[in-house]
Design a protein around this ligand. Structure first.
Ligand code: MN3
Length: 245
């Protein structure tokens, strides 16, 4: 939704709410306000490939549960948290950037992060894999990491050593204009600039919660990470980088 439309929507809702309070709202107006409110909720994105397309690296059952249950749960609870907070969100990343460690923001942090992280995660994997970074992305990676091999070691290490549940990320630093690797706990994301040690804009991320790999890999997180790196959708990662200034 564009900024102007968002403002317009907000004012429609405020006027509707005010009229309701004053007892002068018609049924039609309150229905209109309800429809507007519903249009601002988030929904589960479809996978960009079939649920078994990432086999043998990520199995069908894991994908079904991970996308259909875990991600769907984050979306449902995010919408509930937004409703409780009476918040309308134009851009989820912008909301995450404002979050603090205040008790009242835990649900938005966990479920907003969960929806944001998984929405990126599905897109940065591709059936068959076999891609390599190219063009401007390759240039940025070489300039930031002393070569692709070093990047691979750093990224895999960040993912392997993240204690407990969390994510490893390849991020763009908005002011230094370079790429870096970091990891976050739980559903935190580097865009949560008031909450993470190294803020940035993620262009690639790997989920290292056990729910992402345990059915197929059990305790072998390292093997899961190595296989994840074989199915990275580098074209999408390049696209993610190209949209940043
Ligand atoms: Mn997950």
């Amino acid at each position: 939704m564009k900024k102007r439309e968002f403002l317009k929507t907000t004012s429609v809702l405020s006027v509707g709410a005010l009229m309701g309070t004053l007892g002068c709202g018609t049924k039609q107006e309150s229905n209109q306000a309800k429809a507007v409110a519903l249009s601002t909720t988030f929904s589960l994105p479809e996978l960009p490939y079939a649920v078994d397309a990432l086999e043998p690296f990520i199995d069908r059952k894991t994908m079904e549960i991970h996308h259909g249950k875990h991600h769907a749960g984050y979306v449902r609870k995010l919408n509930a948290a937004l409703e409780r907070a009476e918040l309308q969100v134009d851009n989820l990343g912008d909301l995450l950037a404002t979050l603090t460690d205040a008790e009242g923001q835990i649900a938005l942090r966990n479920n907003g992060g969960g929806h944001f992280n998984h929405s990126l995660f599905w897109k940065v994997m591709t059936p068959g894999g076999g891609q390599e970074p190219k063009g401007a992305l390759l240039d940025a990676m070489n300039a930031s990491f002393d070569g692709l091999e070093k990047f691979g070691e750093e990224f895999a290490n960040a993912a392997a050593t993240q204690f407990g549940s969390g994510w490893a990320w390849l991020c763009h630093h908005p002011t230094e204009k370079k790429l870096f690797v970091t990891s976050t706990a739980n559903q935190d994301n580097p865009v949560m600039e008031k909450l993470v040690e190294q803020p940035g804009i993620p262009i690639l991320g790997v989920d290292v919660w056990e729910h992402a790999y345990y059915l197929n890999y059990q305790n072998k997180r390292k093997e899961y990470i190595d296989n994840f790196m074989r199915i990275i959708n580098w074209e999408q990662v390049a696209k993610n980088l190209s949209t940043l200034g």
